[in-house]
Design a protein. Structure first.
Length: 295
């Protein structure tokens, strides 16, 4: 995913010609209200803050086809970081699912803001379900999230094989692959702190053992040490998890089978991240007959 493709949004972003000091909207039949939680990151915000609403949660598609995917982008008042967006002039309607994202353009030097190296980025996500969309209600809908990820320009990804032990997975089944910093994953409870997730892919399983790719997000939680000019880019601290999405709802559910990148003793192991592709050739990501978050 490359958020710098936002440059293609020039026709959509004409609304940003409004003063960047703040914007108020009247209550209408369809309004998105919310607040950005900047606690812990406000000192890293040095430019205009923008909130965007997209009609899909496919970020790759959003950045490749912004004229189709992004419904509206508006500046946010930085006195209290609240927003009140009138959606009446968009194609959206009550019941639609949307993705809400925000970024602080710290390198803003005039013209139309866009995310690039050094900016802060965030998007709304239900951390209990990993759902990356919110359903619009008639009247107003409220969301709150944090632009707490640093934006980096890199080409990092991981490739790996998937294996199974004491479990059968049919071809075509859906798998959710997650790269998460070790501080954001509790092996005992399988609890995942989404803030620490640095990669998330939806894969299709094949028993022919193809190589799968997990792309590392350009927006990474500000508490994770990253240096795109070093090797490794991120130290040996990243867990790779896989969850069998048996009900195909796109989110990890309690009891679904799960696996992880392991060592020779079938215990979880971490990996480092390079600025480029890294192949995990020593051991596969292995599914065991264990249920996700089962007691």
């Amino acid at each position: 995913m490359r958020f710098n493709r936002i440059i293609q949004l020039l026709p959509v972003l004409l609304i940003l010609l409004l003063p960047l000091t703040g914007c108020e909207y009247s209550d209408t039949e369809l309004v998105l209200k919310g607040k950005l939680d900047v606690s812990g990151v406000e000192s890293h915000i040095h430019g205009p803050v923008i909130v965007g609403v997209a009609s899909t949660d496919d970020l790759e598609y959003i950045m490749a086809n912004p004229q189709d995917a992004v419904e509206i982008m508006v500046p946010v008042e930085t006195l209290d970081y609240r927003f009140n967006i009138d959606l009446a002039d968009t194609s959206l309607k009550a019941g639609d699912e949307v993705t809400v994202f925000a970024f602080a353009d710290n390198n803003y030097d005039g013209g139309i803001p866009m995310p690039d190296e050094g900016d802060m980025f965030g998007m709304y996500i239900d951390e209990s379900s990993f759902a990356t969309t919110v359903t619009l209600s008639k009247g107003s809908t409220y969301v709150e999230f944090a632009p707490d990820r640093n934006y980096y320009e890199h080409d990092a990804s991981l490739t790996f094989e998937i294996d199974v032990e004491n479990i059968t997975i049919e071809d075509g089944n859906h798998i959710i692959a997650i790269a998460v910093h070790e501080s954001g994953f509790n092996m005992g409870s399988q609890k995942i702190d989404y803030k620490k997730v640095i990669g998330l892919e939806k894969l299709t399983y094949s028993s022919s053992k193809p190589t799968y790719t997990l792309t590392i997000l350009p927006a990474i939680y500000h508490g994770i040490a990253v240096d795109v000019n070093s090797s490794p880019m991120i130290s040996n601290s990243i867990n790779i998890l896989a969850i069998l999405d048996s009900d195909k709802n796109g989110i990890p559910d309690k009891g679904e089978r799960y696996g992880y990148y392991r060592n020779g003793f079938s215990l979880p192991r971490t990996t480092s991240i390079e600025n480029g592709n890294k192949e995990l050739t020593d051991f596969p990501v292995t599914f065991f007959n264990k249920g996700y978050q089962e007691d």
